[in-house]
Design a protein around this ligand. Structure first.
Ligand SMILES: Nc1nc2c(ncn2[C@@H]2O[C@H](COP(=O)(O)OP(=O)(O)OP(=O)(O)O)[C@@H](O)[C@H]2O)c(=O)[nH]1
Ligand SMILES: [Mg+2]
Length: 358
């Protein structure tokens, strides 16, 4: 597959080609850029995920993901400020294998882009998208409240992208090939504690409904990781996408997530499944199996054979104490969750109005 041509050379103000995300000057919940060009408040989509769940790589892969599938090929995304453009460009270098993949985030970055694309009605939508790349520790279970700025960002968002990294739950820690089994907090604890804080915050702001008003995209991450892929394969959920690459079709992604949470063979996080069913409106919740890095199709023959007869490999390799992509990343289902949320929010209108202070 060829590289998407929108990716290279769009911006000439790359401060440096390091893979690390740019640090924010101060940990402040406000974004520096002006509001949306049409005068309305920007649509705010919040990314939520535990330590090492893949938040930074996911955000970094968003622009690259446009163009890898036909139905998102007409969307565009450009950074509204220098930090956001640098972030995308630095991430792109890592996803092409020119620099290492990002290190753990230490300081939150508040990023903003203009995103444009077609709705199913045929009309184009343009939104200002705000994403905060916070350290995963902000969502960690602890006696302390989640850092205020990150909690406020979640509460005030119209849509949430929740990244569920099953490698922390799946057995078989593989130091060479995977990110799990390394003692990071279990996804379940951090999810539940953050959810409770979020529910309390939204209720304090005057929301009376039983369920949270947010639109939610649940994303199982790191499908290319051999443990995640093996689980999907054994559950019979792998099919071939429009490009002939393996994926979990979106209509099966909810079942994949359910099994990863509740099936003892794959994980032990039934609270996450139950909490999501109870806390969010099912009509506003969508599910995806994603990989920000996509698969590697190496010459080696040790990969997990899938029903399509292909042998695929995790696209992340350790080198010189850092992680790199094995092959230029071909993100799977990374832009689609964002597209779904934008489309839903454009159709239904903003979810908060003045109920939650911005
Ligand atoms: N195999 C594979 N590894 C991934 C993928 N996305 C991220 N990773 C790896 O998972 C680890 C964590 O990714 P990050 O994007 O830094 O995760 P994060 O949620 O931002 O982590 P914190 O900033 O520490 O909270 C890194 O080693 C990434 O290279 C993916 O799609 N596939
Ligand atoms: Mg990060």
């Amino acid at each position: 597959m060829s590289e998407p041509d929108h990716e290279a050379g769009l911006f000439d103000d790359i401060a440096s080609a390091t893979a690390a995300a740019p640090a924010e000057a101060a940990d402040d919940s406000r974004w520096a850029e002006p509001d949306a060009a049409d005068g309305r408040d920007p649509i705010s989509i919040a990314l939520w995920g535990g330590v090492g769940s893949g938040k930074s790589v996911f955000i970094g892969a968003l622009r690259r993901a446009i163009g890898f599938t036909e139905h998102v090929g007409r969307w565009s995304m450009h950074g509204l400020d220098k930090d956001s453009r640098s972030y995308s460009n630095n991430a792109a270098a890592g996803l092409r294998g020119e620099t290492p993949l990002p290190l753990a985030t230490e300081t939150a970055s508040n990023l903003s882009w203009t995103v444009r694309g077609p709705l199913s009605s045929g009309d184009d939508v343009q939104v200002t998208l705000r994403l905060r790349d916070a350290p995963g520790g902000d969502y960690r279970e602890s006696n302390d409240a989640s850092p205020e700025a990150t909690l406020q960002y979640l509460a005030a968002a119209d849509g949430l992208i929740y990244l569920f990294d099953p490698t922390g739950e799946l057995p078989d820690p593989d130091p060479a090939g995977g990110a799990g089994g390394n003692g990071r907090p279990r996804a379940a604890g951090s999810f539940t504690s953050t959810l409770q804080l979020l529910q309390a915050r939204v209720a304090e702001a005057g929301h009376a409904g039983v369920r949270l008003p947010h639109f939610l995209a649940v994303c199982v991450t790191k499908l290319d990781d051999r443990r995640v892929f093996a689980a999907a394969n054994r559950l019979g959920l792998i099919d071939s996408d429009a490009n002939g690459s393996p994926w979990v079709p979106n209509e099966l992604a909810k079942e994949f997530f359910r099994r990863l949470c509740t099936d003892q063979r794959y994980g032990n996080a039934p609270e996450i499944w139950n909490d999501i069913q109870g806390a969010f409106d099912p009509a506003r919740t969508s599910y995806f199996a994603t990989s920000a890095l996509g698969f590697s199709y190496g010459p080696d023959s040790t990969g997990e054979a899938d029903p399509l007869g292909m042998r695929t490999f995790p696209n992340r390799v350790p080198r010189e104490k850092l992680f790199w992509v094995q092959e230029s990343a071909q993100p799977i289902n990374v832009f689609e969750p964002l597209q779904t949320l934008i489309t839903q929010i454009a159709a239904h209108g903003r979810v908060h109005g003045a109920a939650v202070a911005r």
